[in-house]
Design a protein around this ligand. Structure first.
Ligand code: SF4
Length: 251
């Protein structure tokens, strides 16, 4: 039985051919957009920060930024792709620093709750029986409530109304309910680091059942298809498979 993820569903929605290369043929993409590269490094830095918090050690902002810079240097590779014109890797490096600085200053001394886990991998089923996995950036216990945190370094700033119907958020809610909460209330906090904003939602504010229904319908479409046509779109320049894509190469 396929174990789904929000990322996997998004790949099909963006372009069935990309989905085919990534999830059916399981081809590796050497190319990575710099936005994703920067996001990974920021996530690593915040993971490091909270691993310290869990052991009772609060790293200084300077230490966290040094770790970020070290990982950037270690992991940078020739296939990191800068798509936007008039931007440089240094611009993205500095944007990552701004994200970490905002987060650090907004949450220091990191004692609002007790951190139970970072990069928490969870397997669960929707109410339609679809199997999923999710990786949560951070899980806290706060006033007997489970708080799931997600860090966003890219994309647009969502409104609370958008998030109420957000697929990733609803799936995280279901994952937490089944695997972590043990009957306790659940809150989801999305940190939009580039915008210096945090948005919180409780389970009662989310449209989990409606989202699960849409997810199930999408899975039925994917499972019944044996055609994966390329779908050109504005995000093709960021696609890790563009060099293997005849339609994009011809365009
Ligand atoms: S470049 Fe565009 S059309 Fe080609 S696989 Fe990627 S997303 Fe699909």
């Amino acid at each position: 039985m396929t174990c789904w993820s929000h990322t996997r569903l998004s790949a099909f929605e963006q372009c069935p051919f990309k989905y085919y290369l990534q999830y059916v043929e399981k081809r590796k993409s050497p190319v990575q957009g710099i936005e994703g590269f920067m996001g990974n490094r920021v996530h690593e830095a915040l993971q490091r920060l909270y691993e310290g918090v869990m052991k009772g050690k609060i790293l200084g902002l300077k230490e966290v930024l040094e770790f970020y810079a070290k990982r950037w240097e270690e992991k940078y590779h020739p296939h990191v792709r800068v798509v936007k014109q008039d931007t440089t890797p240094e611009d993205y490096f500095n944007e990552g620093i701004s994200c970490i600085e905002w987060f650090y200053r907004a949450h220091h001394p990191f004692d609002r709750g007790t951190t139970l886990a970072v990069e928490k991998r969870v397997y669960f089923s929707t109410s339609f029986g679809d199997r999923f996995r999710a990786v949560m950036d951070r899980v806290d216990l706060e006033d007997n409530k489970i708080v799931i945190h997600d860090y966003k370094t890219g994309g647009k700033l969502s409104s609370k109304e958008d998030l109420a119907a957000d697929r990733q958020l609803s799936l995280y809610y279901r994952a937490a309910e089944q695997s972590i909460a043990e009957g306790r209330p659940i809150e989801l906090r999305w940190h939009f680091l580039r915008y210096g904003k945090m948005i919180s939602l409780s389970g009662s504010e989310m449209m989990v059942e409606e989202v699960e229904k849409q997810v199930h319908q999408l899975i039925e479409v994917i499972e019944s298809t044996d055609e994966y046509p390329p779908k050109l779109g504005p995000r093709c320049p960021w696609c890790g498979y563009s060099e293997m894509c005849p339609v994009y190469q011809d365009g």
